[in-house]
Design a protein around this ligand. Structure first.
Ligand code: SAH
Ligand code: SF4
Length: 393
């Protein structure tokens, strides 16, 4: 079913690919983009490929942000670069550290907007949960981000910039002129599960993830990156063909009636349309299962019948079901299912042969858990629309 007449999104204010005039930011350009920018600035065509590689390594392998530190480039060439380019990542406004070690960064991007990025350390990995939009145009009723009005897409530089600023904070760049660090990575995984719907900002997310995967830079395996979507069906196949990372689906309900309320994009692409797209997902295989995320909401979607319906729906799809205990936020209209209920649900899924882990809430004391992200200033102030509406009355 496709019903484009149903309003399920809020307005997107701007969709900038390039935000400012003045020197071009090199962060976020693809390899091709960097090459072309260097040529445009006067780099000799013959040397452009080599220069691209050198500059790429300085920025993404060594974490260098000053042209003067790029010692394998001549002084003249460095001053040419300085005239035309800058190397900028978003500014970290504040950092909060949870008692469980989770770190939440509030970052400011061009235009003064703010988004949040969360680092979650675990025994065998460290996962960075990154944002792809300021707020979200969708309005899932259990998600705090969905109540935030102000929205714009992040640029590729602002998306990969979150990885770079977390590596700065974790001290995870090799020292210039020293051998690369050869330890277990602190930042080993990326999940696109912060603020925003990544498939509504596809090109920028793709370009940023290509940079994250590039072997001459941050060099994360595509299997260590997971993109989570609420179900933007027309873009799902591109995730496999153009990015190649793992896919997670915010499923959350087993009937259209309930899913329409929880994940309103379901009114445009309903359960059967979504499931068809997942059956066709070009890369599905047992080694690359699709993760079905399922938020556990008391008396809404957590019955045994729901669990059995879920099994019917995902039949034939290599899948894993990730149960997320609801993370409450001030004014939220739902409650978390009881632990007993969550485990009974998980057991039904598990007995049918699927992994069904229950996600451990992390960083709750600093409102950093899944679905709680909403920038501090947004939380504190009323939206422009609300203020305008009040003045009219
Ligand atoms: N917009 C994307 C990615 C960001 S949300 C998406 O919806 O998939 C990341 C995950 O957190 C999604 O599965 C989302 O449904 C879930 N989530 C949102 N609010 C939540 C909350 N309050 N408690 C638990 N999970 C939540
Ligand atoms: Fe947006 Fe995802 Fe939150 Fe829905 S759950 S409002 S798609 S961030």
């Amino acid at each position: 079913m496709t019903d484009a007449s149903v309003p399920i999104t809020q307005d997107l204010l701007t969709i900038p690919r390039k935000l400012q005039d003045g020197p071009t930011n090199l962060v976020g350009l693809t390899r091709h983009g960097l090459h072309d920018a260097l040529v445009e600035a006067g780099t000799n065509q013959k040397q452009a490929k080599m220069r691209t590689g050198q500059i790429w390594q300085w920025i993404y392998q060594k974490g260098v942000r000053k042209f003067d530190l790029m010692t394998n480039l001549s002084k003249d060439y460095r001053s040419l670069l300085k005239q035309h380019f800058k190397i900028d990542i978003p500014e970290t406004v504040s950092k909060q550290v949870s008692k469980d070690g989770t770190r939440k960064y509030l970052i400011r991007i061009a235009g003064g907007h703010e988004v949040e990025t969360v680092y979650i350390p675990e025994q065998d990995r460290g996962t960075l949960c990154i944002s792809s939009q300021v707020g979200c145009t969708l309005t899932c009723s259990f998600c705090h981000t969905g109540t935030q009005k102000l929205v714009r897409n992040l640029t590729a530089g602002e998306i990969i910039g979150q990885v770079m600023l977390a590596r700065d904070d974790l001290g995870e760049w090799p020292k210039v002129d020293h051998k690369p660090l050869n330890t277990t990575r602190l930042l080993s995984n990326i999940v696109l599960m912060g603020m925003g719907e990544p498939l509504y900002n596809f090109e920028n997310v793709r370009d940023a993830m290509k940079i994250a995967m590039d072997p001459e830079g941050i060099s994360l395996s595509r299997r260590r990156i997971t993109l989570s979507t609420s179900g933007v069906v027309p873009e799902i196949a591109r995730t496999a063909t153009e990015i190649g990372c793992l896919l997670a689906i915010s499923f959350h309900a087993t009937t259209d009636e309930v899913r329409n309320k929880l994940v309103p994009i379901n009114k445009r692409w309903n359960l059967s349309t979504l499931i068809d797209a997942l059956h066709d997902y070009p890369k599905v295989s047992n080694s690359e299962r699709i993760t079905f995320e399922y938020v556990m909401l008391k008396n809404i979607n957590d019955s045994d019948d729901d669990a059995y319906r879920l099994l019917e729906l995902i039949k034939g799809i290599p899948a894993k079901v990730n149960l997320i205990p609801f993370n409450p936020w001030p004014g939220a209209p739902y409650e978390r299912s009881s632990n007993n209920r969550i485990h009974a649900f998980s057991e039904i899924i598990f007995r049918a042969g699927y992994a069904s882990p229950v996600r451990k809430p992390r960083g709750e004391d600093i409102l950093a858990a899944c679905g709680q992200l909403k920038s501090a200033t947004e939380r504190a102030r009323k939206s422009a629309k609300e203020v305008a509406a009040e003045t009219e009355n």
